[in-house]
Design a protein around this ligand. Structure first.
Ligand code: PMP
Length: 296
């Protein structure tokens, strides 16, 4: 994974492209002070942004949901930053409330800050695909929809970070986060799916989840293409503990098999045959290699 800031990574910030090492945001930006911003992560396949329209629509919904007007320049910013990049990229598009005084009063015409980062696409260890991931149920609950709606992709991410920290402390790779009704919602940055008796299950939007672009792609295009029936329905924790197979999806992960849950094996404890079939279909649909050799 590339982590340190690099002069080779371009950043689009308020109309200009600068090197990542030179990009600066004001300490009075409300994104920094209050997590008062919406964002998207978009990846490229073969250098072209994947599911870009869906990501931009969701960014518009997230910004509108917290009362920020999305600048019209977002499409141009994405094009410009990609033109200044090479290789497979992970873009992060961030729109904040902008710079203002301390306090919650919003000054009139406070212009939002728009930033697009372009970083090399991170790679995950091959073992994540060959052996699968470990998840653990955590005590941190997903934000209630009436508190901070999980369908809005905001940079106010402490709820998810705390859940992730708890899972790591328990020796797992990621968390299974429940809602206030005790139903499964999602992992800290991915949607969760279970397969039981060849049917694919995933929590519905009103469980309080982010409507993942990869989730929608798997539900509407990948599973139907292999004739798999899908059910979006409330999932008690047992829907995972009794599953034959589990996997998670996100922009950066695409599909990751999950083979351990609370230190117990899922199914046979290996990435399952239907998960691997979905991975193959995903790769065929995208048209470039997505998963390491031999993983699906
Ligand atoms: N849930 C949460 C909480 C997330 O942060 C993400 C991705 N960042 C997802 C699900 C997956 O969404 P997508 O497939 O659009 O990346």
């Amino acid at each position: 994974m590339v982590t340190a800031a690099s002069p080779h990574n371009p950043v689009w910030i308020n109309g200009e492209i600068v090197a990542e090492t030179e990009a600066r945001v004001s300490v009075l930006d409300h994104g920094f002070l209050y997590g008062d911003s919406a964002y998207e992560a978009v990846r490229t396949f073969g250098g072209r942004p994947f599911l870009l329209d869906a990501h931009l629509r969701r960014l518009g919904r997230s910004a509108a949901g917290i009362g920020i007007t999305l600048p019209n320049s977002v499409g141009v910013a994405v094009d410009d930053v990609l033109a200044a990049s090479s290789g497979e990229r992970l873009l992060r598009i961030i729109v904040t409330r902008g710079v203002g005084p301390l306090g919650y009063d919003i000054i009139a015409d406070q212009p939002p800050t728009l930033i697009v980062l372009s970083r090399p696409m991170p790679t995950y260890p091959t073992a994540y695909y060959l052996d699968g991931l470990a998840l653990a149920f955590v005590s941190v609950q997903r934000n209630h929809r009436n508190a901070l709606d999980p369908s809005l992709k905001t940079s106010n991410l402490l709820n998810l970070r705390l859940a992730h920290m708890e899972a790591r402390r328990a020796g797992a790779d990621d968390a299974v986060i429940l809602n206030a009704r005790g139903e499964v919602t999602e992992a800290s940055g991915s949607n969760i799916f279970a397969i039981r008796k060849a049917t694919l299950f995933t929590p519905p939007h009103d469980a309080g989840i982010l409507a993942g672009c990869t989730r929608e792609f798997v539900l509407r295009e990948i599973a139907p293409a292999i004739g798999m029936s899908v059910r979006e329905e409330p999932m008690p924790p047992e829907a995972l503990s009794d599953a034959d197979e589990i996997f998670i999806t996100s922009t950066t992960r695409s599909i990751h098999p999950v083979t351990r849950l609370d230190h117990k094996p899922v199914g046979e404890g290996r990435p399952g045959p239907l998960t691997r079939r979905l991975m193959r279909q995903f790769e065929a649909r995208v048209g470039v290699p997505v998963f390491p050799e031999g993983s699906c």
